[in-house]
Write a protein that binds this ligand. Sequence first.
Ligand code: TNX
Length: 575
Amino acid sequence: MKRALSLTLFLLLAIYASAGRASYDIIPLPQEMKVDTTQLFILADGMSITYDASNAESSRIAQFMQEWVKEATGIVLGLTPDNKNAQVKLRLASPTTLKGKKNKKPVAQTEQEKESYTLSVGKDGIMLTAHEPVGLFRAAQTLRKALPVTKGQQAAADGKQAIELPFATISDQPRFAYRGVLLDCARHFFPLDFVKQYIDVMALHGCNQFHWHLSDDQGWRFEVKALPDLAVKGSVREKTVIGPSRMRIYDNVPYGGYYTQDECRELVRYAAERYINVIPEIDMPGHMMSALHVYPNLGCTGGPYAVSPNWGVMRDVLCGGNPETLEFLKTVFGEICDVFPSPYIHIGGDECPKERWQKCPKCQSKIKELGLTDESLVKVEGGDSRGTQDGRSAENKLQSYINQEIEQFLSSRGRSIIGWDEILAGGLTEDAIVMSWRGTKGGVAAAKQKHRVIMSPNVYAYIDHPQLKDYGKQPRTTDSYVVSCSKIYSFEPIVPDELSGQDSDYILGVQANLWAEQVAFPEHALYQLLPRLGAMCEVQWCAPEKKDFDSFKARLPQLKKLYDKMGLVYCNEVE
Ligand code: TNX
């Protein structure tokens, strides 16, 4: 008997180098799972993935799946369209709903429902089912993260690789429709290949909106064909401050770089294949030193202006009374629309001090012409305003007038504007979406005014800040406060006691922001991002009652193995 047993065991081992077992304890944690660890499906070399041949997206997702299985486990699966006998099946159909019933509703789905999927593992193999290709993509990412990272382990005598997958049924969909991450490519320029890698990392975490910060005082990074000097000259600063700006110590090394429109289109395509929308930001009317350097006529004083070698908030901004300013902005945003199909375009709007406008004859005469008056100069919402003035001043209303012109222009191209929460100060324009960064107050105020909101409060979402309390353990970065994994994890976007009922429907989602004043290299950017994006993606994806930080920490090692396999740099400690 004993002999027979060991013989069976030996045979099994000889057939498969059963190199490991899948675990569905992944990040972000799916909404619902039933797992039976007593029954296993063996996935092995030579098995295959099938997909709907008539659907190009389904075929592409099957290829991703094939790559990911190979990357993690070394198992090589075949690709066979429309094959009922394949062991891994991608199927476009109605997935069962979270309640386990068939979803027969013919009514319009919410954005979240469009991304829903089921993943089931049973005796016949692995089945990924979704309404839409995006759901299949999410299901494939879930399966990818559940796989044991075993590649490189020894295969059996016959060279076959295999892994075990416990039987399971997973039903999942995201909590929020908008799950964003920002990369600041203005303060430092990141090569396109790195931006693509950033997209891959976002997709791994179930994110779907890439906010691309393309212009700022320190550099203009987007090619505008009608204004060729803008990127060529506006992308280069002569030097960069080393350490705190107030010390005024510089490296004296010119720094530059910009993305051509072809490169931007390439990124849009790359991201779309990974179900990520690219939202470009041209930050105006403040944060514009790079454009003012090239077109000093657009400033209130006429310049000259330098592409800023310093960080922080600059006094000089686009002149609000010069008609050329609007012409300039429409040229820029027109080309932005040509290149980026995003339904949202980010117009910035943050940190625009008004002291130049207060003294500028053109701005003041525009204020008169529009009949704008001071109402209330007290702060209305938001927290730290870093030199900007909140309240309903005539100058803030002038900024709202510019926003309105641009909103109308973009609306004629079928787009909505997103602005930082300062756009509340002079009065929100009709369709504006508010990105709440100075805490959540601006977002709450906007939702109550029935405006859509993206929550990105700095103390929870600014991953340019350190992630560990001990500054000495990590690379130098923006250092006024710590944004740890647990801090991020604790964020609740439907702010308790402030938002409820219909108001909460205006919260589209949540975003993490990686500002890059102190982040000059891809490796450092990844270190800032990971594993904090793991914590953030559970805020974006998971139902609040299912969130648990200890469980998150326990699930992290498995994700880190994949980070290692993907060659990603990350912070190895979690606080
Ligand atoms: C504030 S967020 C900014 C950025 C900086 C960031 C640094 C926002 C709208 N403005 O320009 O890079 O703080 O943490």
